[in-house]
Design a protein around this ligand. Structure first.
Ligand SMILES: [Fe+2]
Length: 452
């Protein structure tokens, strides 16, 4: 009698438990579907969540710019504040107040699509510059203590979590039972980062020591390292001096240290995921460790290079993407565009087939409808020493997936800049020649007219 009278209460208690059971799968549950993404403007429409929910991931990984926390001034050439050109005297970005940033996170968290995802999957993540507090900021940013607290609130980090006590948001997770383990390491590329162009540190000493322990720790079949900025691609080396993006390659010694650490840890199955650049691509470096190091970049959930320009310029952007030398990019027949990069909103989808022997992993970039725009699929055993196959492409002046962008022949590396400045030079020369021709014509005519 007593037990039946308490039954409704017991059922209610179980129902209350359901959301937490869903959002925190126990450590031994097999994880075979993981989604990831970056760069989500909280004020923009976010239809991509429907496609992510449809993919039905068990874990979703934020890779930074989870909100655009800092504020942006409009471009202004004339007037007291100039934010464009060599004469600019005001930074284009400035930090939000704590209250402003909290409101932005609340807006992002209230998005119905994202809410649906949080009910179904465990959401984890790190940050990039705009949610850290300021565009391109590093360790010098003074607001990082309160922005760390707000990010961890957004991620529902437990109040007593050690992550709330440390300097920076780096952390790790281990999913799955023995034999089917997936480790996820989330790096913090902001809190301790030295200034750009310093070739100093990205992670800082305490995080390096932690990472060393993580990589040497208990084994896992797959280890996903989440970095807000790209690890393998070095776009700036081939798009400079036209424009630059942040990446590990801009801190060459730090990146070399990362590859050496993975190599010396003898840890198999490591792959990177990254965000930041507002387009998606899959890159691979075969000369960093004893097996290929993949870096799957998904960016962004709302922000994208093609949506930042008028529609008529999109085909030009795709042409420029084809012309950009990319020795690390993985080209597969299933890419939507010839460049094998994707400049529209996208997310990353990882599927692990634990039933196949050997186990297989499939990593795709998907568009807002959930359709694949490119991807790779390989046995996990490919991410082990002795299985390295250097993909040497014949007839090229470089070795695919091995020659760094900075080692490309000069004419190849600066192809875009040469094209850009060559076009401007051609235009200027054409205008000058036309002017000379016009002047000559006006000089000749009066003389002829006078004579006649
Ligand atoms: Fe971004």
């Amino acid at each position: 009698m007593a037990s039946s009278s308490h039954a409704p209460l017991f059922v209610l208690f179980l129902l209350l438990l359901i959301p937490s059971l869903r959002t925190a799968p126990n450590a031994t549950a097999v994880v075979s579907r993981i989604a990831f993404g970056s760069c989500a403007n909280q004020s923009a429409p976010q239809p991509v969540w429907e496609a992510i929910v449809e993919f039905d991931p068990q874990v979703f990984i934020w890779l930074g710019d989870n909100v655009y926390g800092d504020n942006k001034r409009p471009f202004r050439v004339f007037g007291r504040e100039r934010t464009v050109g060599p004469w600019k005297n005001v930074p284009r970005f400035y930090p939000a107040t704590e209250e402003e940033l909290r409101r932005k996170y609340e807006l992002a968290k209230a998005n119905p699509g994202y809410t649906k995802l949080r009910e179904r999957a465990q959401v984890i993540g790190t940050w990039d510059d705009h949610d850290y507090g300021l565009n391109d900021a590093g360790k010098e940013f003074s607001g990082k203590v309160f922005t760390q607290r707000l990010l961890l609130d957004f991620l529902d980090e437990a109040e007593d979590s050690s992550r709330r006590q440390q300097a920076g948001v780096y952390t790790s997770y281990m999913f799955g039972p023995e034999g089917k383990r997936v480790k996820v390491i989330m790096l913090d590329t902001r809190y301790h980062r030295d200034p750009l162009l310093s070739d100093g540190s990205i992670l800082g000493d305490p995080q390096w020591q932690w990472l060393e322990r993580e990589l040497h720790g208990p084994q896992s079949e797959i280890t996903i390292i989440g970095s807000s900025i790209q690890v393998v691609s070095n776009l700036s080396a081939t798009t400079g001096p036209l424009f630059y993006v942040e990446s590990w390659a801009r801190f060459p010694r730090e990146r070399e240290r990362l590859f050496r650490l993975i190599d010396s840890s003898k840890r198999n199955g490591v792959l990177f995921i990254s965000g930041d650049v507002h387009f998606g691509e899959i890159a691979r470096f075969d000369c960093g460790a004893q097996y290929p190091l993949y870096d799957i970049t998904s960016s962004g959930l709302t922000q994208s290079v093609e949506n930042s320009v008028p529609a008529v310029f999109r085909s030009i952007m795709r042409l420029l993407a084809v012309l950009t030398p990319t020795p690390m990019r993985v080209f597969t027949p299933n890419c939507r565009h010839k460049s094998c990069s994707y400049g529209q909103p996208n997310f990353g989808a990882i599927e692990i087939d634990w039933n196949s022997v050997p186990h297989h992993i499939k990593v795709e970039l998907r568009d807002v409808q959930g359709n694949s725009v490119g991807g790779v699929q390989f046995p996990i055993s490919e991410l082990q020493p002795l299985n390295t196959v250097l993909n040497k492409k014949q007839g090229h002046s470089f070795e695919l997936h091995c020659t760094l962008e900075t080692e490309l022949p000069w004419l190849v590396r600066y192809r875009l800049a040469l094209l850009f400045f060559g076009t401007i030079a051609g235009f200027v020369i054409a205008v000058v020649l036309l002017s000379i021709a016009c002047l000559s014509a006006t000089n000749i005519c009066p003389k002829k007219c006078k004579t006649s």
